[in-house]
Ligand binder design. Structure first.
Ligand code: ATP
Ligand code: MG
Ligand code: MG
Ligand code: MG
Length: 480
């Protein structure tokens, strides 16, 4: 089954259960001071749960573009190293706003997974909230009894507040959740270690696919819980993980979501995916980050030096660094993958096609300018290491100067140091960063967050400003 079919079947299934199918909200949030990027399906429906707005339907389903690279949900460090955490991923979700509750949510989740997608029942584990003494909440017996209709006792597990209780923030709607995990290991491996021992243990093949949140409480400012009069459902299923399970793969990157990108990158780099761990990590980082950056730019967030734009710039630079270090790519290459991504996802997400030129131009320019930075920074860092061969640690002020004056990322200094069996003085670096923050705070109240320098290179001549849809102004330079 192709990933396109998998997505469609999810939406068709919930449409057949009277859900209104809505489009994904943008990945970048422009009007939410509490959140930079959409990091879960429910973000666009927050006001419905809070009762500030009325939804057009009490039942909604969609797939939401999510980005988990900042704030409470930051998976960036795992991306590429593991095979199932992405920066950008799609979260399939169904919602009830004061309409159906646990019974239907559980019944339909089970029906979809086992009857429509035909995942063998014995491969599925579910988790139930065990209760919390401090909150005075009981074990979620309602969910437990509903699950027992479908799932054998030995495949039901209990989880604590960390994994099985969901809260939007310090206050607001919240409630217990049940997660569904899939064990896709071979029979031999299953015989060796029972799947239930591996649930929530970060095993790449005993993996969480779906989280069903049962919103039944309201957390008040004093920390106490009140029972909500209208109970709601909020679910989120990782689309790429589901594709892995249904396509019989053991890594998200082996599915048709990522394979065309990986194959193109193999051509570009003349390296093979699957032959060496370090190279593989680089492949995964590049194809993952490409998606995050392309979708962010298509939704109006350009790379810049502050706020959300800075996060995007860092993601892109991380991909460029990995390509440079481990795939020997020292010319812009990421932009060449964009047509493949469009081919894969443009039909469902037309913004990718609409903003095609912008996405390509921005990524290519960022690549060119950052590759120049890398070349200069590497020479400086190598010189420093050679001239100070007695040091085991690269001083924080050296790393900071490379970062601050030359734009050479600390991550890259860290990678290079590690390769040479050195470390970097993290606390020294942190304290330089802190000093810098104080300096810039006192130096100026001017904020650069609403404009973006596209080509910030001294050899370029200013030719004017461009405006994007709303508030993003690009400074344009012509190369001289
Ligand atoms: P995990 O424990 O694997 O980090 P989570 O509990 O943080 O996942 P939820 O917040 O419950 O994830 O999100 C709902 C679903 O979204 C998860 O069950 C999972 O399938 C998927 N998901 C979460 N984070 C990622 C990610 N970084 N990349 C891909 N899919 C993800
Ligand atoms: Mg997580
Ligand atoms: Mg989890
Ligand atoms: Mg979860």
């Amino acid at each position: 089954m192709t990933s396109k079919q998998i997505r469609k079947q999810f939406l068709d299934f919930f449409e057949s259960k009277q859900h209104e199918i809505v489009a994904s909200a943008p990945i970048v949030l422009k009007d939410d001071p509490t959140l930079m990027f959409n990091n879960s399906g429910m973000a666009q429906f927050k006001d419905f749960f809070l009762g500030y707005k009325k939804p057009s339907s009490l039942r909604i389903a969609d797939t939401q573009k999510c980005l988990r690279v900042s704030g409470k949900h930051n998976d960036l460090d795992d991306v590429g190293k593991d095979t199932y955490h992405h920066t950008m991923f799609e979260m399939l979700g169904n919602w009830s706003f004061g309409d159906y509750f646990k019974k239907e949510a559980i019944e339909w989740a089970w029906e979809l997974l086992t009857e429509v997608y035909k995942i063998p029942k014995e491969n599925l584990y579910v988790t139930v909230f065990e209760g919390d003494k401090k909150d005075g909440t009981a074990q979620d017996d309602e969910a437990l009894n509903l699950w027992k209709k479908y799932v054998a006792d030995e495949r039901i597990l209990f989880g604590n507040k960390k994994d099985n209780f969901w809260e939007m923030g310090e206050t607001g709607p919240c409630g217990p959740c049940s997660e569904i995990h899939v064990d896709i290991r071979s029979i031999e491996e299953k015989n060796l270690v029972p799947g239930r021992d591996l649930v929530n243990q970060d095993h790449p093949q005993v993996i969480e696919v779906w989280n069903l949140v049962f919103m039944q409480f309201l957390r008040k400012a004093d920390g106490s819980l009140e029972i909500l009069p209208a109970k709601s459902i909020d679910t989120g299923m990782g689309f790429e993980r589901l594709a892995m399970v249904l396509q019989g793969k053991t890594s998200n990157y082996d599915t048709d979501v990522f394979q065309p990108l990986i194959q193109e990158l193999e051509k570009i780099s003349s390296k093979k995916y699957g032959s060496d761990f370090t190279t593989d990590v680089a492949f995964r980082v590049v194809v993952d980050h490409l998606r995050a950056v392309s979708f962010a730019i298509a939704d109006g967030q350009l790379p810049s030096n502050s706020g959300a734009g800075y996060v995007i710039r860092r993601i892109l630079r991380r991909a460029i660094s990995y390509g440079y270090r481990f795939l020997d790519l020292n010319e812009p290459f990421i932009f060449k993958l964009i047509p493949i991504l469009q081919n894969q996802m443009g039909e469902f997400f037309p913004e990718l096609e609409k903003q095609s030129n912008l996405v390509t131009e921005v990524i290519k320019e960022e690549e060119a300018s950052f590759l120049r930075t890398i070349e200069q920074g590497l020479v400086r860092l190598d010189n420093f290491i050679q001239n100070n061969s007695e040091l085991k640690q690269i001083p924080g002020d050296v790393v900071f100067e490379l970062y601050d004056t030359f734009g050479f990322p600390a991550d890259l200094s860290r990678i290079i140091a590690e390769e040479k069996n050195l470390s970097i003085d993290e606390s020294g670096f942190e304290s330089e960063m802190e000093k810098q923050k104080q300096r810039s705070k006192s130096a100026t109240s001017f904020s650069a967050s609403d404009w973006t320098v596209l080509f910030d290179d001294a050899t370029e001549e200013f030719i004017g400003y461009d405006y994007l849809e709303t508030d993003v102004k690009i400074t344009r330079y012509r190369k001289v």
